[in-house]
Design a protein around this ligand. Sequence first.
Ligand SMILES: NC(=O)c1ccc[n+]([C@@H]2O[C@H](COP(=O)([O-])OP(=O)(O)OC[C@H]3O[C@@H](n4cnc5c(N)ncnc54)[C@H](OP(=O)(O)O)[C@@H]3O)[C@@H](O)[C@H]2O)c1
Length: 286
Amino acid sequence: MPVTPSGNKGVRTMCESRCPSMLAIGVGLVSFAMASLAVAESVLVFGGTGNTGSRIVRHLVDAGHDVTVFVRPTSNRSRLAGLAVDYAVGDVHDRGSVDGAFDQSSPDVVIATMQSRPDQSPHGDPEIHLIGQAERAGSKHFIYLSSVGAGDDTEAQRSRYPDINYDRFARVLKEKGRVEEALMASSVGYTIIRSGAILVERGVEPPPGTGRAYFTEDQDVLGPITYDDLAVLMARCVSAPGCLNKIYHATDDTLGPEYNHWRCRRFAVTGDLASECDHLRPVGLP
Ligand SMILES: NC(=O)c1ccc[n+]([C@@H]2O[C@H](COP(=O)([O-])OP(=O)(O)OC[C@H]3O[C@@H](n4cnc5c(N)ncnc54)[C@H](OP(=O)(O)O)[C@@H]3O)[C@@H](O)[C@H]2O)c1
């Protein structure tokens, strides 16, 4: 059941190769989502200063939602400059500050797009605490940015994609899997987005959105997506009935060359350059 950032076009692209019957469902979902934008929701965003989160926040503000961004005292808010948002200051490792943010914003919708650092992870217990607070606040929808391979999905993904070194991400995938389980068991409506490869390279401006990405419930899918398109799709799911209680994989069939480049760079960084990446060696990959 795909959700696309640009409506019919992206749905048609996917359905040409995969699933003719999805067109009507996809368009229906988009209509649902667009209709939902007429309702201004109170949205509390964790990770809103980041690459994904800041783009989502921009779309939410444009759509007229009442947005509160949970920031750390040290967070760089420059990506949100000029946007009409409220801030709640704290750290997800400080439960009191999290509880205060829920009291402050009484969110209808919670979005979490936080990123782990080697020394400290916001995933696992801190995010499970967010779910408990969403229940306490009576939130109706929690949108969680997870990863392909999270939780129980890991073993299945290993066999589907043997060239991906899931061991490198084992801790994060396990933590995100626990969060997914807690969310599905909670009383809050959920949308779990599992990204496969968000196209990003250190020090390089991320590629612009194609408008052709989509969410699919096909759990076998592992594909690329841009930050721009991921944010459009996630923002569009806010309170959209069609997105409720779904696990989506996010992907974009039109990003083949960019995806290969991304994968080859990743292999190169791990010193495990696949033969299919040989053609990139002369252009100076590390
Ligand atoms: N599959 C892929 O290829 C891929 C690639 C990239 C990302 N991802 C996933 O996508 C998600 C978002 O990535 P991103 O690139 O948008 O992340 P990002 O730009 O690094 O942003 C991370 C956000 O999380 C916030 N955060 C981190 N720790 C926090 C804490 N303890 N308390 C409160 N806020 C905290 C950061 O706040 P500060 O501003 O204070 O740092 C920032 O707003 C992550 O879950 C990541 O795993 C996947």
